[in-house]
Design a protein around this ligand. Structure first.
Ligand code: G3P
Length: 214
């Protein structure tokens, strides 16, 4: 399973890269706003840190505008993946991007039929938001299972990118189900690395080592 970091914070992205955890990056308009940087500057900084797919989201809601924004974004660098909202106008644009060889990440997916239709339109990645489904008491990971089954039934190549992941459980379940990619915030990536028994064990080793000096 590939791991993307869901962040617009370049310090976090750099640190996660140093740990060897990052295959790619996802951003969204909320994360860009949180960074406090102009979108283009932020993308250039991320491109300089990570050599992998970097999702950059359009803000137009009509196909014509989505196509214009997406072509501009894709023209910045071959690693840019155009992130498109899962709305009818978005899928119109995704179909054309696919014909033009522009990679897309179809975002804000909350149902299996939406995922199937996005794949038919030619999406490179589909982003089901598991955490936001959990928020409304609909188990998000069930959606990943359903999409995996449907995509496998028809040998669909669109990659499942588990998004809105908020916990190590989301990560573990996504890996068990066979999600192609998961994107998670830096805090979740750090949670995945830590275990209290590792800390306790290390402390004991170091304490015992000190005794050898007495
Ligand atoms: O990749 C989508 C993700 O950023 C949404 O996460 O936690 O805002 O639901 P969240």
């Amino acid at each position: 399973m590939k791991i993307f970091i869901d962040s617009g914070n370049t310090d976090e992205i750099r640190e996660a890269c140093a740990l060897g955890l990052v295959d790619g990056v996802t951003t969204n308009p909320s994360l860009v706003a949180k960074s406090g940087k102009p979108f283009r500057q932020l993308l250039d900084e991320i491109l300089a840190i990570v050599d992998g797919p970097i999702s950059a989201e359009v803000i137009s809601t009509h196909a014509e505008g989505i196509l214009k924004e997406g072509r501009e974004l894709a023209g910045i660098h071959h690693n840019i993946v155009v992130k498109v909202p899962l709305i009818p106008e978005g899928l119109k644009a995704v179909r054309i991007f696919s014909q033009e060889g522009i990679k897309t990440n179809v975002t804000l997916c909350f149902s299996a039929p939406q995922a199937l239709l996005s794949a038919k339109a030619g999406a490179t990645y589909i982003s089901p938001f598991v955490g936001r489904l959990d928020d409304i008491s609909a188990p998000g990971m069930n959606l990943i299972e359903d999409i995996r089954t449907i995509y496998d039934n028809y040998a669909i190549e669109t990659q499942i990118l588990t998004a809105s992941a908020r916990s190590p459980m989301h990560f573990m379940e996504a890996a068990k189900i066979g999600s192609d990619v998961i994107t998670a915030p830096f805090s979740v990536l750090m949670q995945l690395l830590s275990h209290p028994l590792t800390d306790i064990g290390l402390k004991k080793f170091l304490d015992d080592w000190e005794k050898t000096k007495k």
